[in-house]
Design a protein around this ligand. Structure first.
Ligand SMILES: Nc1nc2c(c(=O)[nH]1)N[C@H]1C(S)=C(S)[C@@H](COP(=O)(O)OP(=O)(O)OC[C@H]3O[C@@H](n4cnc5c(=O)[nH]c(N)nc54)[C@H](O)[C@@H]3O)O[C@H]1N2
Ligand SMILES: Nc1nc2c(c(=O)[nH]1)N[C@H]1C(S)=C(S)[C@@H](COP(=O)(O)OP(=O)(O)OC[C@H]3O[C@@H](n4cnc5c(=O)[nH]c(N)nc54)[C@H](O)[C@@H]3O)O[C@H]1N2
Ligand code: SF4
Ligand SMILES: [Mo]
Length: 711
C-alpha cells in the first residue's frame, strides 16, 4: 500500500465523485507533497480539474490537526491517544447506560474510504443503534430513494464512458457538471456534443456548464432557465407534450410502447395525473416559454438514446423524491433505460459518497442496500458479525441534529462539518453548543464543528493511507498512500478499530484495510466478487456478485431490480417549496457551488490556488432587482431570511433570473446555511437547500471585515 519515498503512488483525487486517477509523490521535506498526472488513469486519462491539480496543497497545511485534544473548562488541551480514546469510550458507555443506544448518533464520511465507513456503521450497530448516516442525506438521498423504489438500485443507471459513443441527447437538470464534475463534463459530455449530441440544461442560473456547450459551429444546446422549485411542472409539460404527440401519431416512436407494456407499470397513473394538466399555465409558473419546453421534449423523445443527469437542483427540495420520480417517468415511457447512452444518472458528489452508502452507513440499510427491517437480510449479516442488529431504522443525520437534547445526547462525527453544512446553521449551532452532552469529532482540520467538540481526534489524510472508494458510476477503485504520516495523527480505520475493540473486545480487530474489505465483501452481495487484487488499477463497477465478474457499465438490460422486475411509473403533481416569497421576504433564495471551492471549504479555503480564485462569498442578483433595491455591482449587501443574515458582495448579473438570489455554502464567515430552511422531504429527509424566501439590502454599516475575513 505504501511506497518507497520519492516513488509516486497511483491514487484517486480526494474531491468529487468523478473519481479521477492522480499520482502523488512525497518529497524529503515536510510540506513537500507533489501532485503528478496519471496518464492512463481509467476515468480521466491524465486530465484533472483545478481541484485535482491542487489536491496535495492541503495535505501538509500548517493548520492540520497534530494531536488528540480534550476540552477542559471550555479550552482544548493536548492529550495522549490513550486519554482521548478512553474518554470517548467512557462517554459512549455512560450515554448508553443512561439513554440507551439511540442516545448516540454516528456520522460516517464520504471523504473517507469504504472500509472506514463499513467500520463506523458496524460500530453503530454493535453499539445497538441504526442511527448512522452520511452526507448523502443532504445530497442525493431523494434521488437514491426514487431510483431504489422505482428501478431497484440507488445509483447511476449508466456510466460516463457509455455516453460518449451513444447518447444523442444529454438532459442535465439541476446539475452543473462544468464546475462540480469538470472532468465528466469536459471528457465525456462535451465529447458527446462534439460528436453530435444535443444538451438540454434545466437550471435557474447560467454557469460554466452553459458556457461549455457554446461550441463554435454547433447549435446543440438549450438552456431552460426555470424558477427554482418548478421542476415538476416543467417535466409535466415535457411528459404531456410527449403523450399528446403520441396520441396524434401513434406508433411514430414518441412513446416506446413495447417497453412500456413489457417492462413498466403505472403508465395509466401518469396519463390520469396529466389529464387536466394545463401546459400553458405550468410554463408560466416555470417562467419558461411553452414552445421552448415543447421543443426540448421533442428532442428528448426523438433521440435514439437520451441520458438524464440529475443534481442538487432536483434533489434538495421537499419534493426531491417526486422531482426525480418525474425524470424516471420520462426515461421509462421513452424506453431510455437498460441500454448504453441512456438512463437516469445522479452525478454523485463526494469522492466516496456512493461507497459510503453502498457499505451501509445509512440508518435504513445494511451493506449492499439490504433493508435493515428485512429479517432475512439482517440475519444473513448477523451470521457474519456474530451479534444482533437492531431492526428499527434509525434517525437520519439532519433528524439526529434536530433530536439533540431530546433523544440524542452524544455524537460521533467522522469527517463531516454539520455546523456549516446542515440547514438553518444558527439553530444547528445552538443545539450542538447548548444541548449536546458529548461530541467527538474525527477530522484533519479544526472545523467549525470540531470547535464545539469535547474530544477531537486527528486523522490522517487521503494521501497518507490506502483503501477503496467508489465513484459516481459505481467504479470501486483503490487509493494508495505514501509512506509518511503527519505528526501524531492516526488513520480513520485504526481509530475506529481501537474504539470498537475497547468497547466490545471482538469484531474490530483488523489487520489493515484489505482485511476489512474481505469482511465487507462477505456481507455486501453487490461487491462480493471483488478483491484488492482484482480491483488492480482499473477498478471494477458494481454489481460484481462473483469473482471474475467484470461489473456492469449500465444496469437493467433485461429487467429492473424491483420485486416484480418492472420499472415503476408514477405521475406527480407540483408542490411549492415550503417557504415562498411574501412581502417581507420577496425574493427566492437558492444556493449552490463554485468550481474553485468545495462544500464547507475546510480543504479548498486552505488551498492557495483555489482560494486565490474566489476568496469570499457573494450573491448573484439580477440587474432589475439590483435597481429595485438600489444595489450597485460590488456593493456589500445584507442577505436575510427568517433564520439569519449574512453580509456579502453583490454580483449584479443576468446569469440569474429576476426575483431569485443565488449564493454558496463554502465560506465560514458568510455561509448560505445561516439562511436556509431546515424543512425536509418527507420520505428521503433531505433539506430544502434550493428554495427559501429572502430579502436583500445595501449594508449601511458594513461589519468590520465583512464577508471577506475567512480563515
Ligand atoms: N467544485 C466543486 N465540486 C463539487 C462540490 C463542490 O462543493 N465544489 N461538491 C460535490 C458535491 S458534495 C456534490 S453533491 C456535487 C453537486 O453538484 P451539483 O448537483 O451540480 O450541485 P449544485 O452546484 O449545488 O447545484 C446544481 C445546480 O442546481 C441549480 N438549481 C438551484 N435551484 C434549482 C431548482 O430549483 N431547479 C433546478 N433545476 N436547478 C436548480 C443551481 O443553480 C446549480 O447550477 O458536486 C460535487 N463537486
Ligand atoms: N446551502 C447548502 N448547503 C449544503 C449544500 C448545498 O447545496 N447548499 N449541499 C449539501 C451537500 S450535497 C453535501 S454533500 C454536504 C456536505 O457536508 P459535509 O460533509 O459536512 O461537508 P464537507 O466540507 O465535505 O466535510 C467533510 C469533512 O471531512 C474532513 N475530511 C477530509 N478528509 C478527511 C479524512 O480523510 N478523514 C477525516 N476523518 N476527515 C476528513 C474535512 O476536513 C471536512 O471537515 O453539504 C450540504 N450543504
Ligand atoms: S473532476 Fe472531480 S475527481 Fe476529477 S480532478 Fe476534478 S475534483 Fe478531482
Ligand atoms: Mo453532496
Amino acid at each position: 500500500m505504501a511506497s518507497n519515498a520519492d516513488e509516486p503512488v497511483k491514487t484517486i483525487c480526494p474531491y468529487c465523485g468523478v473519481g479521477c486517477g492522480i499520482r502523488v509523490r512525497e518529497g524529503e521535506e515536510r510540506g513537500d507533497m507533489n501532485f503528478m498526472p496519471w496518464g492512463d488513469a481509467p476515468v480521466n486519462e491524465g486530465s484533472v480539474c483545478i481541484k485535482g491539480g491542487a489536491a496535495t496543497q492541503v495535505v501538509d497545511h500548517e493548520d492540520r490537526l497534530t494531536d488528540p485534544l480534550i476540552k477542559e473548562d471550555g479550552e482544548f488541551r493536548e492529550a495522549t491517544w490513550d486519554e482521548a480514546l478512553s474518554r470517548v469510550v467512557d462517554e459512549m458507555e455512560s450515554i448508553r447506560e443512561e439513554h440507551g443506544p439511540d442516545g448516540m448518533g454516528f456520522f460516517g464520511s464520504s471523504k473517507t474510504f469504504n472500509e472506514e465507513n463499513y467500520l463506523i456503521q458496524k460500530l453503530a450497530r454493535r453499539y445497538g443503534t441504526n442511527q448512522v448516516d452520511n452526507c448523502t442525506r443532504m445530497c442525493h438521498a431523494s434521488t437514491v430513494w426514487a431510483l431504489r423504489t422505482s428501478l431497484g438500485m440507488g445509483a447511476m443507471t449508466n456510466s460516463m464512458a457509455d455516453l460518449e459513443d451513444s447518447a444523442d441527447v444529454l438532459w442535465i437538470q439541476g446539475a452543473n457538471p462544468g464546475e462540480q464534475h469538470p472532468i465528466a463534463n469536459s471528457q465525456y459530455f462535451r465529447q458527446a456534443v462534439l460528436e453530435g449530441a444535443t444538451v438540454i440544461q434545466v437550471d435557474p442560473h447560467a454557469n460554466k456548464t452553459t458556457e461549455s456547450f457554446d461550441i463554435e459551429g454547433t447549435d446543440r444546446h438549450m438552456h431552460l432557465q426555470l424558477e427554482p422549485g418548478t421542476d415538476i411542472p416543467l417535466l409535466n409539460v415535457v411528459l404531456k407534450t410527449i403523450l399528446e404527440r403520441h396520441e396524434a401519431e401513434p406508433g411514430a416512436g414518441w412513446i416506446d410502447e413495447e417497453f412500456v407494456d413489457d417492462r413498466t407499470k403505472g403508465f395509466d397513473h401518469l396519463t390520469e395525473t396529466l389529464e387536466d394538466f394545463d401546459k400553458q399555465a405550468a410554463a408560466e409558473e416555470c417562467g419558461v416559454p411553452l414552445e421552448d419546453i415543447e421543443l426540448a421534449a421533442e428532442k428528448y423523445a426523438r433521440a435514439n438514446d437520451a441520458a438524464i443527469f440529475t443534481g442538487m437542483g432536483m434533489s434538495q427540495h421537499t419534493c426531491g423524491v417526486d422531482n426525480v420520480q418525474n425524470e424516471i417517468n420520462l426515461a421509462l415511457i421513452t424506453g431510455n433505460l437498460g441500454k448504453p447512452g441512456a438512463g437516469v444518472n445522479p452525478l454523485r458528489g463526494q469522492n466516496n459518497v456512493q461507497g459510503t452508502c453502498d457499505v451501509g452507513a445509512m440508518p435504513n440499510v445494511l451493506p449492499g442496500y439490504q433493508l435493515v427491517d428485512d429479517d432475512e437480510a439482517r440475519e444473513s449479516v448477523e451470521e457474519v458479525w456474530g451479534f444482533e442488529i437492531p431492526a428499527e431504522p434509525g434517525l437520519t443525520n439532519v433528524e439526529i441534529s434536530h433530536a439533540i437534547g431530546d433523544t440524542v445526547h452524544g455524537l460521533y462525527v467522522m469527517g463531516e462539518n454539520p455546523i456549516m453544512s446542515e440547514p438553518d446553521g444558527n439553530r444547528t449551532e445552538r443545539r450542538f453548543r447548548e444541548d449536546l452532552g458529548f461530541l467527538v469529532v474525527q477530522d484533519i482540520f479544526m472545523t467549525e464543528t470540531a470547535e464545539l467538540a469535547d474530544v477531537v481526534l486527528p486523522a490522517t489524510t487521503w494521501a497518507e493511507r490506502g483503501g477503496t472508494v467508489t465513484n459516481t458510476d459505481r467504479r470501486v477503485q483503490r487509493m494508495r498512500g505514501v509512506h509518511k504520516v503527519h505528526e501524531n495523527t492516526r488513520h480513520d480505520l485504526d481509530i475506529l478499530c481501537e474504539v470498537g475493540t475497547r468497547l466490545f473486545d471482538e469484531g474490530f480487530d483488523f489487520d489493515g484495510p484489505e482485511d476489512v474489505f474481505e469482511e465487507l465483501r462477505e456481507v455486501c452481495p453487490i461487491m462480493h466478487g471483488m478483491t484488492y487484487d482484482a480491483l488492480g488499477e482499473e477498478g471494477i463497477h458494481w454489481p460484481c456478485y462473483e469473482e471474475g465478474d467484470e461489473g456492469d457499465s449500465y444496469l437493467y438490460e433485461e429487467s429492473f431490480e424491483t420485486e416484480d422486475g418492472l420499472g415503476r411509473i408514477e405521475g406527480v403533481v407540483h408542490q411549492e417549496p415550503k417557504e415562498t416569497p411574501d412581502e417581507e421576504y420577496p425574493l427566492v433564495l437558492t444556493t449552490a457551488r463554485l468550481e474553485e471551492h468545495y462544500n464547507t471549504g475546510t480543504m479548498s479555503r486552505r488551498s492557495p490556488t483555489l482560494s486565490r480564485q474566489e476568496p469570499e462569498n457573494f450573491v448573484d442578483v439580477h440587474p432589475n432587482d439590483a435597481e429595485r433595491y438600489g444595489i450597485e455591482d460590488g456593493d456589500e449587501v445584507v442577505l436575510r431570511s427568517r433564520r439569519g443574515e449574512i453580509t456579502v458582495r453583490a454580483d449584479v448579473t443576468e446569469d440569474i433570473k429576476e426575483g431569485v438570489v443565488w449564493t454558496t455554502p463554502h465560506f465560514a464567515s458568510a455561509s448560505a446555511n445561516r439562511l436556509t430552511n431546515d424543512v425536509l422531504d418527507e420520505r428521503a429527509k433531505i433539506p430544502e437547500y434550493k428554495a427559501a424566501a429572502a430579502e436583500i439590502e445595501v449594508d449601511i454599516e458594513p461589519a468590520d471585515g465583512g464577508a471577506s475575513a475567512d480563515d
